[in-house]
Design a binder for this molecule. Structure first.
Ligand SMILES: O=C([O-])[C@@H](O)[C@@H](O)[C@H](O)[C@@H](O)C(=O)[O-]
Ligand SMILES: [Mg+2]
Length: 431
């Protein structure tokens, strides 16, 4: 290890001198999904990497307890490495992570549980190092990924069934959405404010007939907007086939209707629309069986668990090779993640679907405003050096304090739902 580190130092490139991991909590509305409901705060970890030449790079990831332990352990190993030596950074993290016995901490409420731990831990450090590389050579991160093939990246309006307020709190300004009319209202506001040109509904919350009715109501209200429905594997194969028949010609894809590669393959044989996933293909090892079984035709990438931006481009190449479509997944996130998603999507030629984002649901951030904006449902790709976003130190300190004060240490949509409705059971498939 010491020999490797001195090699990096002797090239006098961007030697890492300090790495900070800061957990933050930001207000999140009561969004419903099949495993429960979002807690009043969503957790993220902000990674800041500094180099001896005075450059700083940022990354963002989940902040569940076990993940934080891994991030802290990885952070200590990076001192002395070169921010350009990403293969080495990943190898060091891989080795360190394999020594840890901590389990859990995937930050996705149990919905994506088998992604590679090394890839999840490496991701925010890779993004921060790419930010540094871009600043060092005066080029945007998209240029480090092969160059932007589009000037702006389209996103979809991400609709959720939701309560009017968290229990005991005042109604938030989105209000209640528990039926088709509520979702149409929500969609109308999102399209008006952001200009989105595609709509995704997070399903798996109510009986499938209610969600079919919601999609049909959206189709009637927005006849030309591509629609997607994602119940997070809440349905059996038979139910999925029934929904697929009802929504033939209505949705551009059906996302994770049922659990597992085999179940998805069964649905895929009869469903007329493409099946997409961010649940049964979440690591490189899942790609071969998915292709062999013909389980899905669209993979949702997500640099937070596919090992950063460069490995997500590798995923894009594999999808292209095997004729799979490529879309992009999201969890509750802040501006650093959005910037990373935009650079990645800009530099991924075959990412042809509008990406997911939870952006409209958040009211707080750690980055200075202005760098990222939506125009016609798309985010113009930052053209300055690095990611193009800057940390607001006061906001970071404030959201860190909120983390310390809020008491939430792990995302637990099911536990929170049970605290409101003790009869709630997180069963999959439910219908
Ligand atoms: O934020 C949520 O509740 C979503 O359900 C999220 O956790 C999922 O990971 C995701 O958006 C998905 O597409 O499955
Ligand atoms: Mg999904």
């Amino acid at each position: 290890m010491s020999a490797t580190r001195s090699t990096a130092a002797s090239r006098s490139s961007q030697t890492i001198t300090d790495v900070r991991v800061t957990p933050v909590a930001f207000a999140d509305p009561p969004l419903l999904n099949t495993v429960g409901v979002h807690q009043p705060y969503a957790l993220r970890a902000i990674v800041q990497v500094h180099t001896e030449r005075g450059l700083a790079g940022v990354g963002e990831t989940y902040a569940d307890t076990a993940h934080l332990i891994r991030l802290e352990a990885a952070a200590r190993e990076l001192i002395g490495l070169d921010a350009f030596a990403l293969n080495q950074v990943r190898a060091v993290i891989d080795e360190r992570v394999s020594q840890l016995t901590v389990t859990g901490g995937d930050g996705v409420a149990g919905m994506i549980t088998t992604a590679s731990t090394t890839d999840r831990v490496f991701s925010p450090f890779e993004v921060a190092c790419l930010d540094i590389q871009g600043k060092a050579i005066g080029r945007p991160v998209s240029d480090l990924l092969g160059g932007a093939v589009r000037d702006s990246v389209p996103f979809s309006a991400y609709l959720f069934y939701k309560w009017a307020a968290h229990p005991g709190a005042v109604e938030d300004d989105w209000g209640e959405a528990l039926d088709p009319a509520g979702l149409v209202r929500q969609a109308r506001r999102m399209l008006d404010e952001y200009g989105f040109t595609a709509i995704k509904l997070k399903g798996g919350v109510f009986h499938p007939d209610e969600e079919i009715a919601a999609i049909k109501a959206l189709r009637a209200e927005f006849p030309d907007v591509p629609l997607r429905l994602d119940p997070n594997a809440a349905w059996t194969v038979d139910t999925s086939l029934r929904v697929a028949a009802e929504l033939e010609g209505v949705v551009e894809y059906l996302e994770d209707p049922t659990p597992g590669l085999d179940g998805m393959a069964e649905v895929a044989t009869e469903a007329k629309m493409p099946l997409a996933t961010n649940m049964c293909v979440v690591a490189f090892g899942h790609l071969k069986p998915a292709v062999v079984k013909d389980s899905v035709s669209v993979v949702l990438s997500d640099h937070h668990y596919w090992g950063g931006l460069q490995r997500s481009r590798l995923l894009g190449g594999i999808c292209e090779t095997f004729g799979l479509g490529l879309s992009m997944h999201s969890n509750s996130h802040l501006g650093i993640s959005l910037a990373a998603m935009v650079h990645l999507a800009a530099a991924t030629p075959n990412l042809t679907y509008a990406c997911d984002t939870h952006w409209p649901w958040k009211t707080e951030d750690v980055v200075k405003p202005g760098a990222l904006r939506f125009e016609g449902g798309a985010v113009p790709v930052p053209t300055g050096p690095g990611l193009g976003v800057e940390i607001d130190d006061d906001a970071l300190a404030e959201l860190h304090k909120q983390y310390l004060d809020c008491g939430i240490r792990d995302r637990d949509d099911t536990g929170y739902m049970k605290s409101v409705d003790p009869t709630f059971e997180n069963t999959a498939p439910r219908w």
